[in-house]
Design a protein around this ligand. Structure first.
Ligand code: HEM
Length: 366
């Protein structure tokens, strides 16, 4: 009898875990393997396994990750209280509308190319118990967890799917002015200039452009496109000297490296007095970039929702690998190539990579 009481006491203790000083009860998921702090998170484990294996090529930080991250933004930013104030539907934010109304939204100019990842994601959404709105944000967060140096992003579930498409012109274009870009983010969700800079850490952007200069698809924005490091903030501050492909593309300005593409919007945000010091503050400050991106991304992924109505399932997200590179100037470049824009703090002194002048290889399609 005493043994039985002790055994059940131990079982109760096992079902409790101490988190942030408070006792929380964990549930065992129907798979019998995983546990979660909220039963709603259990549905994410099979999705996680499936996308890591079959969408992200066994946990890579490759093209599908880049595209999935871009999609989180293009879906979420589709909300405008300013448009709504005119009596027209202003969009529902992170509501899956970009995929649910693919025929409409992928025709918007700024969404050029997102149809590819929408079509790749659709079978995964169909075979799992998850809304399109939740899946888009979940896939982005899981994909980023494969990138060395990335923060462990937060994940929420419980978003309702869109019943209407977002209006056009909610997604910023690389040829928009800094005024327009900052105003768009402010309208979408009250983002500050600092939060906009933080979001563009995605431009370290474990990313590449396929459509800005279509003659050179897969051209990255920094020399380490498979890593979430601070090189993007260093290299966007270097004097532009060349076009990696053809010149004269809308939204593109000269970059400092062969094989690297610079967006006009990145160049201007790096040099505008409202954003330049914040931009420079990420240089060689991996921890600041990680925490600022994590916070701004969290805010972005719940646009259009009251976060208190959603369930926090961040515990499902794997811990990303540590950063694999140290901040540096690409070979052949140094502090003298920096176009100093922050008036209050000098650009950090960094080592230059040894070897021949850097030429960045394109991101291979996977
Ligand atoms: C001022 C705001 C922004 C502008 C003007 C902008 C513009 C662009 C452009 C023109 C491309 C290249 C698309 C192509 O040619 O394939 C791109 C790619 C990308 N963007 Fe943005 N972007 C912005 C903000 C963001 C944000 C906030 C995120 C994520 C949080 C993001 C994530 C990405 C990613 C991951 C890619 C690479 C996609 C790939 O490699 O396939 N962007 N962006």
């Amino acid at each position: 009898m005493a043994f039985k009481t002790l055994a059940s006491f131990v079982a109760v203790l096992a079902a409790l875990q101490v988190a942030n000083g408070a006792l929380t009860r964990r549930v065992t998921c129907p798979d019998g393997v995983n546990t979660a702090s909220n039963a709603a998170c259990c549905a994410l484990f099979p999705v996680l396994d499936d996308i890591q294996k079959n969408l992200f090529d066994g946990g890579q930080c490759g093209e599908e990750v880049h595209e999935s991250l871009r999609l989180t933004f293009h879906d979420a930013i589709g909300i405008s209280p300013k448009i709504a104030a005119t009596g027209v539907f202003g969009g529902g934010g992170a509501d899956g509308s970009i995929a649910l109304f693919e025929d409409i939204e992928t025709n918007f100019h700024a969404n050029n190319g997102v149809d590819e990842i929408i079509d790749e994601q659709k079978p995964f959404i169909a075979r799992h118990n998850i809304t399109t709105a939740d899946f888009i944000q979940f896939a982005g967060a899981i994909g980023v967890s494969n990138c060395p140096g990335a923060p462990r992003l937060d994940v929420f579930v419980g978003r309702k799917d869109a019943t209407q498409p977002a209006p056009d012109k909610t997604v910023p274009e690389p040829f928009d002015s800094v005024d327009d870009i900052l105003a768009r983010f402010e309208d979408a969700g009250g983002f500050t200039a600092a939060e906009v800079v933080a979001l563009l850490a995605s431009g370290t952007r474990v990313a590449a452009a396929d459509h800005v200069d279509p003659t050179i698809p897969g051209t990255p924005f920094d020399s380490t496109p498979e890593r979430f490091d601070t090189q993007f903030f260093i290299e966007t501050q270097l004097r532009g000297t060349l076009f990696p492909g053809t010149g004269g593309n809308q939204g593109e300005v000269e970059s400092p490296l062969q094989g690297e593409l610079r967006l006009q919007s990145d160049a201007e945000l790096a040099r505008d007095s409202r954003t330049a010091c914040e931009w420079q503050s990420f240089v060689n400050n991996q921890a600041k970039m990680q925490s600022a991106f994590k916070a701004a991304f969290r805010k972005m992924t719940v646009l259009g929702h009251n976060v208190n109505d959603l369930v926090d399932c961040s515990e499902v997200v794997p811990t990303p690998p540590a950063p694999a590179s140290n901040a540096h100037f690409p070979a052949g470049l140094s502090n003298k190539d920096v176009e100093q824009a922050c008036s209050s703090t000098p650009f950090p002194t960094l080592p230059t990579d040894p070897g021949p002048v850097t030429s960045v290889a394109p991101v291979p399609p996977s």
